[in-house]
Design a protein around this ligand. Structure first.
Ligand code: 1PR
Length: 531
């Protein structure tokens, strides 16, 4: 029997799904005493360090947890569940951690590297150990802005380190107490194997020293992510289908909504084929109330039972009033998506409205971005941008941020700005993509999903100028989207525009280019990818 320490701060559905997939039964910790009664305890920390410690205190969990850990009983901490084992964190000065492991949790320093550290990175084993031995050639999914520092005092605990600018502690184990900074429940088959080793007790056997199982050396590298995107909407018969537009027009010449398959099946196929993440965009949610859209929530629930890579869902994340006059906040809508299996939500039209309001009166903590980031963490908030090029003769012709373009406009214009649109590209607003990305980052967004209406469905390659301009403007990861037509396009967007991830839809749906071919090409071009 496995006990889950879920203190209600966020989404642990993926951990539940992964444990169920492995065939283990799970019970929830409901009272402090349940901790001491646990046989195997999993602690998937969610949210901020200080809030987590305060919540543990308020629930009366801190002392039984310390007692459980001191007695060397089976424990697996995940992400914040690793960090809270340390003494303190720069994330929440003055708040003590569980203090089992000597050392501090630090923030990744300002650098050219995007923060959060988000994506698939490797492990450098410091010593043999049945939890990870044999898996050190693989990559695992990380998402965090703070890291536990390795020092001489905690060397006895450190099982693996990972490099991202600094080198940090990515796994610890002493006796039967273990913790990992990465998310095994989001790390595909290799992640499930780490969980299986813990849940089966295999990882808790006494460590054996053998020459063949010495630690590994050499720096690890964050992989560039390849993301499959499923635009989902109801067709005219009312069935939820995966569709795909050309410059956002998803209707066939005869007028029917283009149907490229069933969402759950297609997501499963992309997981099997090696997609590093899967994104669902509910493309007509701007006009419907998404919580009434139960089929979409069902798609998410069913997908998350079998797909163990990060899932993002976008569409309709904003405040709504239903037909009975009942009001729902954007946080309510996002919460329903998280509870149904999403790891991140993506905000489109509402982000433009937020930036317009911010321009008028500054932030007051009430925007959807701030609310969702506060409860679920910055990494859970993606901003989906739907820009189109507006050409001008000179930067003086507009107040918006322009770039000088190598692709002149129809009348030879040498400058352009990237106009944000709302409602699936139907309406242009007086906000440019660079301002949008900057303000959303400031309000707490963790990632930018950067589409391009000009390139969508054309297969002519990503808009490299757009991606480079937005990437240079923010310190959070940027996902380049729209226009992928060949594996070379992915190399280009990583090498010359600096994107952290690249997303495609049409070429994958139509089986024109398999994900494996994209990754093979990237590998040949010296770009790190997950196998
Ligand atoms: O505004 O918060 O309700 O969110 C709506 C979401 O739906 C936004 O993220 C918006 O991008 C998306 N969306 C709305 N209408 C469309 C449409 O196509 N008519 N999707 C749409 C389009 C583009 C990508 C596409 C890439 C890659 N977004 O989804 O997958 O362009 O395509 P490609 O590789 O085939 O070129 P809200």
């Amino acid at each position: 029997m496995i006990s889950l320490l879920d203190y209600g701060a966020g989404n642990v559905r993926s951990v539940r799904n992964a444990i169920a997939k492995l065939g283990f039964e799970l019970i929830d910790i409901r009272r402090p005493r349940d901790i001491l009664d646990a046989e195997y305890l999993i602690f998937p920390g969610v949210g901020a360090f200080g809030a987590a410690m305060q919540r543990l205190d308020a629930l009366g969990y801190t002392e039984p947890l310390k007692e459980y850990l001191a007695a060397d009983r089976p424990f697996l901490g995940i992400c914040l569940g690793l960090q809270t084992l340390f003494e303190a964190s720069e994330e929440s000065p003055g708040i003590a951690g569980l203090g089992l492991i000597p050392g501090q949790v630090r923030r990744f320093p300002e650098s050219a590297l995007a923060v959060p550290h988000m994506g698939w990175n490797g492990l450098r084993l410091q010593r043999p150990g049945p939890l990870l031995t044999g898996l050190d050639a693989q990559r695992f999914y990380f998402v965090h802005s703070f890291y536990a520092e390795s020092t001489a005092e905690n060397a006895g605990w450190v099982l693996a380190e990972t490099d991202y600018g600094a080198s940090f502690v990515s796994a610890v184990q002493r006796g039967r107490v273990a913790a990992v900074q990465f998310h095994p429940e989001k790390s595909g088959q290799d992640g499930l194997e780490v969980l299986r080793r813990f849940l089966s007790g295999e990882a808790l056997q006494p460590e054996r020293e053998s020459a063949a199982e010495q630690g590994t050396s050499g720096p690890t590298q964050l992989a560039r992510r390849v993301i499959a995107c499923l635009d989902v909407r109801s067709n005219d018969a009312g069935d939820l289908v995966v569709t795909k537009g050309d410059q956002y027009d998803v209707r066939e010449p005869g007028g029917a909504v283009r149907n490229l398959g069933k969402p759950v099946e297609l997501a499963g196929r992309y997981y099997d084929e090696g997609a590093d993440e899967i994104t669902f965009l509910n493309i007509t949610a701007f006009r419907d109330f998404p919580l009434a859209d139960q089929p979409m929530l069902e798609v998410l629930r069913r997908t998350s039972e079998n797909v163990f890579v990060p899932l993002t869902i976008g569409g309709g994340i904003r405040a709504f009033t239903d037909a009975d006059g009942h009001g729902y906040s954007a946080l309510d809508v996002a919460g329903e998506y998280f509870r149904s299996g999403a790891d991140k939500v993506s905000i489109g039209s509402e982000a433009v409205a937020i930036v317009e309001a911010f321009r008028a009166s500054g932030g007051d903590g009430s925007s959807a971005i701030e609310q969702i980031a506060t409860v679920y963490g910055n990494q859970a908030v993606v901003i989906s941008v739907d820009p189109r090029r507006v050409y001008v003769d000179s930067p003086d012709a507009t107040e918006r941020t322009t770039i000088e373009t190598a692709l002149p406009g129809p009348n030879g214009e040498r400058f352009c700005w990237f106009q944000c649109t709302v409602k699936g590209g139907r309406e242009g607003r007086d906000v440019d993509a660079i301002e949008l990305a900057r303000v959303c980052e400031q309000l707490g967004a963790g990632e930018i999903l950067l589409n391009s209406i000009d390139r969508d469905g054309t297969g002519s390659g990503f808009d490299l100028e757009l991606v480079a301009a937005v990437r240079a403007a923010v310190g959070i990861p940027v996902i380049a989207s729209s226009g992928a037509g060949s594996p070379e396009h992915f190399t280009q967007v990583f090498q010359s525009a600096g994107a952290e991830a690249a997303l495609a839809a049409g070429i994958f749906h139509r089986r024109e280019v398999p994900i494996a071919s994209v990754k093979a090409r990237l590998r040949d071009d010296g770009i790190p990818v997950r196998d």
